[in-house]
Design a protein around this ligand. Structure first.
Ligand code: ADP
Length: 223
């Protein structure tokens, strides 16, 4: 599903955020990307999401080399990808429904179908019946669930998340990670950057460790 071959990223004026990594993630895997701040976790997610391009090497998603995906095809490419951010990136002046509906509306999905799918997504994240609420009236854990509902509403086969529990206390963090686990059971491939070592060790999925732009550990999913 994701294959990096000597993928490197150098930002203008900086060192190498990623120093040529080789990584393969198969469909259906649940992978944590871990390592200290500045290790290159966000950069790798950005290469996968085509927010950034590799300066060397290849990133291949579902058999497509991202180098060959031109700018105009990025929106279509991103339909196959759900993204969750630490700070939710919700529209504060729009109710929960509109926030979750956004990816479908952009895609031109009919309004009855939007309603059906938004309700299904909110149901999956445990927020059924909260469509009309404003995001800021929700707790931070609930806001992150809205962010997850928005990421999954288009049923992407791949979900990536950058420090999705970075603003949450340990108990809520565990709940959010368990929620990701449920999507993984439904067949979604997950790649989640987190430096919360205690939590991700407890969850026992595959852990790929980055340090200074290099992979320094990969337990391949074993314990
Ligand atoms: P992490 O997510 O593991 O904290 P990042 O991928 O954000 O690490 O950063 C890796 C390195 O790349 C850091 O040294 C960071 O300062 C640098 N970096 C990240 N984004 C940019 C950018 N847009 N411009 C310049 N340097 C950047």
């Amino acid at each position: 599903m994701i294959r990096c071959e000597q993928a490197a990223k150098r930002f203008p004026g900086g060192g190498e955020a990623l120093a040529g990594i080789d990584l393969q993630i198969d469909a259906g895997e649940f992978v944590f990307l871990t390592g200290p701040s500045g290790a290159g976790k966000s950069t790798l997610l950005k290469l996968v999401a085509l927010i950034e391009r590799p300066s060397r090497g290849q990133v291949i998603i579902n058999g497509q080399n991202t180098r060959r995906i031109g700018r105009r095809r990025i929106p279509q490419f991103r339909q196959g990808l759900g993204m969750v951010f630490q700070d939710h990136k919700l529209l504060a002046d729009r109710p929960v429904f509109d926030n979750v509906a956004l990816p479908l509306v952009i895609r031109g999905v009919g309004h009855r179908e939007v309603g059906r799918r938004v309700r299904a997504a909110l149901d999956l994240v445990g927020l059924a019946g909260r469509e009309r609420q404003a995001p800021l009236t929700l707790s931070s854990g609930e806001q992150q669930r809205v962010g997850i509902a928005r990421a999954v509403v288009g049923k992407p086969p791949l979900l990536i998340a950058d420090e999705p529990t970075g603003n949450l206390d340990p108990e809520l963090s565990l709940e959010i990670m368990e929620l990701f686990g449920r999507f993984n059971e439904l067949g979604v491939t997950l790649l989640i950057a987190s430096h919360d070592v205690d939590l991700i060790t407890r969850l026992g999925h595959r852990r790929v460790m980055l340090e200074a732009g290099r992979i320094v550990g990969d337990n391949g999913g074993a314990g």
